[in-house]
Structure formats: structure tokens, C-alpha cells
Design a protein around this ligand. Sequence first.
Ligand code: TGC
Ligand code: FAD
Length: 431
Amino acid sequence: MALVEEAWATRFPPPGQGGGFRALRDTGTAGRTGTIIGGSVSSAPRQPLELFAIDGLLSEEERAMRDVVRDFVERRIKPEVADWFEAGTIPARELACEFGELGVLGMHLEGYGCAGTNAVSYGLAAMELEAGDSGIRSLVSVQGSLAMYAIHAFGSEEHKEEWLPGMAKGELIGCFGLTEADFGSNPSGMRTAAKRDGDDWVLDGSKMWITNGTVADVAIVWAQTDDGIRGFVVPTDTPGFSAREIHKKLSLRASVTAELVFDGVRLPNSAMLPGVRGLKGPLACLNEARFGIAYGTLGAARDCLETALSYAIDREQFDKPIAGYQMTQQKFADMTLELGKGMLLAIHLGRLKDAHAITPEQVSLGKLNNARESLAIARECRSILGGNGITLEYPVIRHMNNLESVFTYEGTNEMHTLIIGQALTGIPAFR
Ligand code: TGC
Ligand code: FAD
């Protein structure tokens, strides 16, 4: 059983039935309702999210799962990721298998070898992975939330049995091709097309900026057909399929990004995802990944903030720690507020998702706010590290550069602003 699954299987009582706040109250750590714990502000440094007592909002099993992933990231990712980033390469296959053992690939999906956790646990895992590196979280979220989710939600039983168990183990890697060079924010204009030829489909076109593209065994490709946009399950060894890695990136360097080309790729009728037609298919997959990003970005921001805090406490200028200056403390207080508010929003969205009550607009609130604020936190932390802030000796500029991609992918800041604008006014302003 994968580690995450084991933690989940422990099945501690959910909040309100012995876990969460009630457990804290019963053990006397939360004080009585209406009382304020302690009479003064502690002079011992505290971590930002501790100030918000976030752990009290999580069940024991959610905390246990988060800690399993955090431990893996500390041991396996953090010691190596700066070198991967500098080299612009990752051991993707090796990592995928390790993530499979950990149980985080498609962890919120039910059956077919997936762990079947709740949405909050999935979000917390994304957060811990992105505290390592956004590129590492991307590997996992493209696999689970985009490629596996598309098959799980819209695939035939044969698709699910053929692909999902191997993908959950990390033995098979997936990618998700929606964006094209000329159609990013507006995927409805895509030119990649699948045409009928007898019983087969023939796929022609290309996709751009595809995470995991050159290491994938299977690509979920969205294409125009006579019947509107449809999704296709494309084994990457099919003749006519090729992938070319995109180099010279200054962001998401510990991630594989590729262009996919389809040159007369012949596919059987059964390659089409039968469960959805139209742009709502890929957009439904994006809801899953955007939800994970609302949590994930906070992991990168938390790592920046913790790094900057410890740096500022140690670093002396004018004979005292730079953390002792009011302007630095204002920066830390403001960043902690944004991190904590982002976390409260993410947990709220997670609870809505677990209650099957979340809407796409609400996912946009999380993606927009948390990507934007995490990027702002990373930039501020970079300045606190001074000259040291520009080297890979510290994780901050790596997170900062990565978050530039995260700000853009899965819907840019502007697209999510317009989604929220449409929800508020009823007027679409995309065109
Ligand atoms: P529009 O006319 O609004 O909608 C078309 C159909 O889709 C439905 N719909 C949704 N369904 C599910 N979830 C959503 N979030 C949905 N949003 C819309 C809608 O109801 C309609 O259904 P129907 O039945 O009427 O046909 O479509 P539009 O062409 O006006 O586009 C709207 C817009 C701009 C919001 C959309 O195109 C968009 O979100 N653009 C951004 C594209 C984007 O996010 N691309 C991401 C590519 S994948 C990626 O970046 C992976 S990064 C790696 C990683 O994740 O780590
Ligand atoms: P454009 O759409 O050209 O946007 C450029 C600018 O114009 C943005 O600021 C945008 O907000 C603004 N703009 C566009 N339209 C409007 C408007 N109507 N109103 C106001 N402003 C507007 N895609 C996939 O399908 N699969 C993947 O796995 C994947 N992985 C990625 C990995 C990385 C590292 C990156 C960088 C991208 C990835 N993408 C992937 C693509 C990503 O989703 C797109 O880059 C993103 O959707 C934006 O599209 P674009 O780059 O074409 O920018």
C-alpha cells in the first residue's frame, strides 16, 4: 500500500466527531471557548502558518498525509532540486515511480490503484510538493489532475483499465495537450484536428508548452472534429507522434516542457474519450489542476517566507539583525497575512470541493489570489536576502522564477480575473 494511502486508511475521526478542533479542545491545547491563550506575545520566533493555527482546521489524517509528503520532499527533493534546476533537467521516470510509491499520483481519484483521498489532502500534498519546487508539483499534477483525471472522468472502462493503474504507480507518464502556439488563453480556436478515415481517426496539428511532453507514454490530446472539440488518448509511440523539448527556459527548469507534433497520427475509433464533447471537457480537467495550484503556490511562498525569516534573524547590518528593523518586520507581517489568508481560502475551497459544492468561479478565486500573492511574497523575500537572494544557494529566486510560469499557466491572471468578472456582472468580457 502506498504511504499516502496508508496514512489515509488510518481513518481518524473527521472534524466534529473527535478530530479537528474537538480533539484539540479535549486535550486542552485550544483553551476554552472565548478565552485568549497566554497573556503576551511570545518572543520566540514562530513560523507564519503557526500564527494562524492552521493545523487545527485539518483532521489528523490530513495532517498525517501532509507530513508523509513533507518528509519525502525534505529527503528526496530539496537536497537535489537546485542542481536539477540549474542543469535544466529532472530524473522524471525515477521520480514518477517514487511518487507512485508515495501514492500521490491521482491520489484524489477513486479506484484503479489510486489512493482515493479527499480534496483537502490532495491540496496539502500539492502544497508540500511545491515547497520543493513548482516543477515537481507540475509533474505530479499534470499526471494526476489532467491526464489521469481526463481518463477517469471521461474515458471508457477500457481506457481506465489500460492506463490508470500504471499511471498511479508512476510506471506510465501522461501529458495533457490543450494549448497551441497560437491558442493559449483562447483554446476554443485550436487548429489541431482529428478527421474520420474509415473506422479510424487521423490526427494532425501541434501543441505547445506541454508539461511531461517528451517523457510521456500517453498524451491526452484535445482536437477539433466534425462533432466539436473531443479528447483523444494517444500512446506516444504511435507513428506520426513526435515531441521536442523546449529549452532556454528561465522558469520551471526542473520540469519537462515540450512541443507535440501530430503528423497523420492514425488512431482507432476507441481512442476518443467517449464521456465529453466540447471545450467543457478540457476545462473540467483544468478545474482539478487549478484547485491543486491554489494550494501548491502557497507551498512555494511558505518556503520563501521561512527562508527569508531565518535569514533575516541571522543576517546583521548596522550591528543588528535585519529582522530587527521595523521595515523588515512590516514586510514579514504583510507576507504572513497574505500567506495565511491564502491558506484559509484554500482550505475553504477544499471543504467545498469535498462537499461537491465548489464552482469553477470559486476555483478561479483560489488560483488567481494564491498564484498572485505567492509570486509577490517570493519577490519580497528575494529582496530581503539581498545579494544572496539571486543565487540558487537559497530556494527563493528559484521559487520566484517558477511562480512566473504558475501565474501564467492554468489560466493567466487576466483570464481568472475575467472569469470572476463574468460571475459578478453576468457579462463575459473575454472577446
Ligand atoms: P465558454 O464559452 O465560456 O465555455 C465553453 C464551455 O465550457 C464550459 N465551461 C466550463 N466547464 C467546466 N469547467 C470550467 N471551468 C468551465 N468554463 C467554461 C461552459 O459552460 C461551456 O459549456 P457548453 O456546454 O455551453 O459548451 O468558453 P470560452 O471559449 O469563452 O473560454 C472561456 C475561458 C477563457 C475562461 C477559457 O477558455 C479558459 O479558461 N482559458 C484559459 C486556458 C487555460 O487555462 N489553459 C491551460 C492549459 S493546461 C496548463 O496550463 C497546464 S500547466 C501545468 C500544470 O498544471 O502544472
Ligand atoms: P496568451 O494567451 O497569448 O496571453 C498573453 C497575455 O495576453 C497574457 O497576459 C494574457 O492574460 C493576455 N490576454 C490574452 N487574452 C486576453 C483577453 N481577452 N483579455 C485580457 N488579456 C488577455 N498547456 C497545456 O495545454 N498543457 C500543459 O501541460 C502546459 N504546461 C505548461 C508549462 C509551462 C512551463 C508553461 C509556461 C505553460 C504551459 N502550458 C500548458 C500553457 C499555458 O496554459 C499557457 O501558456 C497559458 O494558458 C497562456 O497562453 P499563452 O502563453 O498563449 O499566452
